[in-house]
Design a protein. Structure first.
Length: 248
């Protein structure tokens, strides 16, 4: 890829993809746990369909950026602080509209919710694929699975810099991701597999849809069959983003 820059913020690698003909709009890719960026590559490019998605964003003039986010971030404060730092870093160096699009997958949904709830004026729209939208729901799911529960708790300890697993309790987990309100919610489109097992539809995407509907905010929730590939899940982002670019 021609126009790409890798750089570090603290000890975390980040990547910036620049289009040949910039439109002035940017997309922040918020990856699932383990979507790493290194000094000269990223897992966004190593996955053929994700590379195609980035290439198509660039062809449409989008400036695209992503970060390692401390590997298994689980929506942690330090990962969110890094995203905010990255956002300001890039806006100082590139000529871009300050309201950006988000694209989040898996656990990246937790960071997207934090960003929307804390800085709604920075977000133009948000597109989510098979997202984790409730850390407490995932905690309850993993607590039933003794084999993976201890590993999950250890990941939370590392992500949130907790001293011991005694701090990872149900009440603590429930307080980690703030609830959205209708006043904060930007245009939001969620795309899920009907049989998604890791972050099930009913306890994540459908639950958020119902919560926001009760608050008077309607969001787009599209449910797909398991045959759909990542690119088929993601490609609807192009018209979705464009729809919300008339107002600068």
């Amino acid at each position: 890829m021609k126009h790409v820059r890798y750089f570090r913020i603290g000890d975390q690698w980040n990547v910036l993809y620049l289009p040949e003909q910039p439109s002035g709009f940017a997309v922040c890719l918020i990856g699932d746990n383990g979507m790493t960026v290194t000094s000269n590559s990223s897992e966004w490019l190593q996955h053929p369909e994700k590379e195609k998605f980035i290439q198509d964003l660039l062809k449409r003039g989008y400036t695209v950026f992503a970060s390692s986010l401390y590997d298994k971030h689980w929506g942690s404060p330090k990962a969110f602080e890094l995203l905010e730092h990255l956002y300001h870093f890039i806006l100082k160096r590139e000529i871009l509209n300050k309201k950006i699009h988000l694209f989040a997958e898996g656990a990246g949904g937790l960071l997207a919710l934090k960003w929307i709830s804390s800085q709604p004026g920075q977000i133009r729209s948000c597109y989510l694929v098979n997202p984790c939208l409730s850390l407490s729901s995932y905690y309850e799911q993993e607590r039933e699975n003794k084999l993976y529960y201890k590993r999950f708790v250890k990941e939370l300890e590392l992500a949130y810099d907790l001293p011991s697993e005694r701090d990872v309790q149900e009440e603590w987990v429930q307080n980690q991701v703030p609830a959205l309100t209708s006043g904060q919610c930007p245009p939001l489109s969620i795309h899920c597999h009907v049989q998604e097992k890791r972050f099930p539809l009913q306890t994540h995407s459908r639950a958020l849809q119902k919560q926001l509907a009760a608050d008077g905010c309607l969001i787009n929730l599209r449910i797909h069959s398991n045959e759909r590939s990542f690119y088929k899940e993601a490609q609807s982002a192009f018209p979705f983003y464009q729809k919300y670019e008339d107002e600068l």
